[in-house]
Design a protein around this ligand. Structure first.
Ligand SMILES: [Zn+2]
Length: 312
């Protein structure tokens, strides 16, 4: 049996910096979080990342082992050298940040950095719902749609690691404006925020006061048979199925793993989605594909970050 390996995993988000000490196999030995201080600018955020790394290194020393390195996930585009090039809209000034140098200088450990959604994809493939599969498409459906792709067990990033913005593939070429600057994007129609927005638009058009403010409330209304909620969910599944079928036609993944709050709605959510995807994906492409719920929840970011170092 291979020797047990250890790494620090750090996951930077708009509100919190999550951190964990992780052992081979994805076992979390210690974890916690700090405020990310995003409103105070890049230097404050960098300071919080260093603090998280130091907390983990101190705990590792107390437990009597040495982590091999630090993996860190961040919003935005991350170069193969570990520099945040930009694209992290919810952290002002978070661009041209050399994370590898910042955390390497602070701890003396090797550092690898990667886009946060890519790390969730890696975590689900190494330790979660994609375990055992070599070719995985991961989607996280929430305020937007993020994603990652593993090909032959490795994260696919495109040239300069700038790719896999799966939420911004085109669903409607003449559609509404998207936050990215284009129109008709997958996330603008199929995210949980879109589901709620379009449900409320339906209510307004019908002269009904909307009873749901978020995805969870909407799913509860759907299960209670509320006709407007049912129509909104049916439409959501339509939008999701076109996006997922397109991704299946491109990548022919062994698994499509879907995370984010909506994926916790229950098995009925996946049954409805699978049935629609089966009608839209080319049968020859989707013949080996299973669509499954993510299993790691909000631990995925730290686990994927650590997985960059201890990638079994
Ligand atoms: Zn877009």
């Amino acid at each position: 049996m291979a020797a047990r390996r250890y790494a620090v995993g750090i996951d930077l988000g708009g509100t919190a910096v999550k951190y964990a000490l992780v052992a081979s196999g994805g076992e979390v030995l210690f974890s916690g979080k700090l405020p990310s201080r995003a409103a105070e600018g890049a230097a404050a955020v960098g300071g919080q990342l260093i603090e998280a790394a130091r907390i983990c290194c101190a705990e590792a020393a107390r437990l009597g082992f040495a982590p091999e390195g630090i993996g860190v996930g961040t919003p935005g585009v991350v170069t193969p050298e570990g520099v945040v090039a930009g694209g992290a809209e919810n952290i002002p000034g978070w661009e041209n940040v050399d994370l590898a140098k910042l955390l390497g200088d602070a701890t003396g450990l090797p550092v690898r950095a990667e886009n946060d959604a890519n790390l969730m994809a890696l975590a689900e493939t190494l330790y979660g719902a994609g375990r055992g599969a070599s070719d995985v498409v991961f989607l996280t459906v929430g305020t937007g749609i993020g994603g990652g792709v593993l090909i032959g067990g490795r994260l696919f990033g495109g040239f300069g690691n700038r790719g896999t913005e799966l939420g911004h593939i085109a669903l409607k070429c003449d559609g509404e404006p998207c936050a990215c600057g284009s129109t008709g994007c997958f996330e603008h129609y199929a995210s949980t925020a879109a589901l709620v927005r379009r449900y409320r638009e339906r209510c307004t058009a019908a002269g009904i006061v909307p009873a749901a403010q978020d995805g969870e409330m909407l799913v509860a209304l759907y299960r209670a048979g509320d006709p407007t909620a049912v129509a909104a969910m049916e439409e959501h599944w339509e939008f999701m199925s076109f996006g997922v079928a397109s991704l299946i036609n491109i990548f022919a993944p062994e698994r499509v793993v879907i995370g984010g709050g909506i994926s916790e709605a229950g098995e009925f959510y996946f049954e409805a989605l699978r049935e629609r995807v089966a009608r839209r994906a080319m049968p020859v492409c989707g013949a080996g594909t299973r669509i499954v719920a993510a299993t790691l929840g909000n631990r995925a970011g730290c686990l994927g970050a650590a997985g960059l170092i201890i990638n079994e």
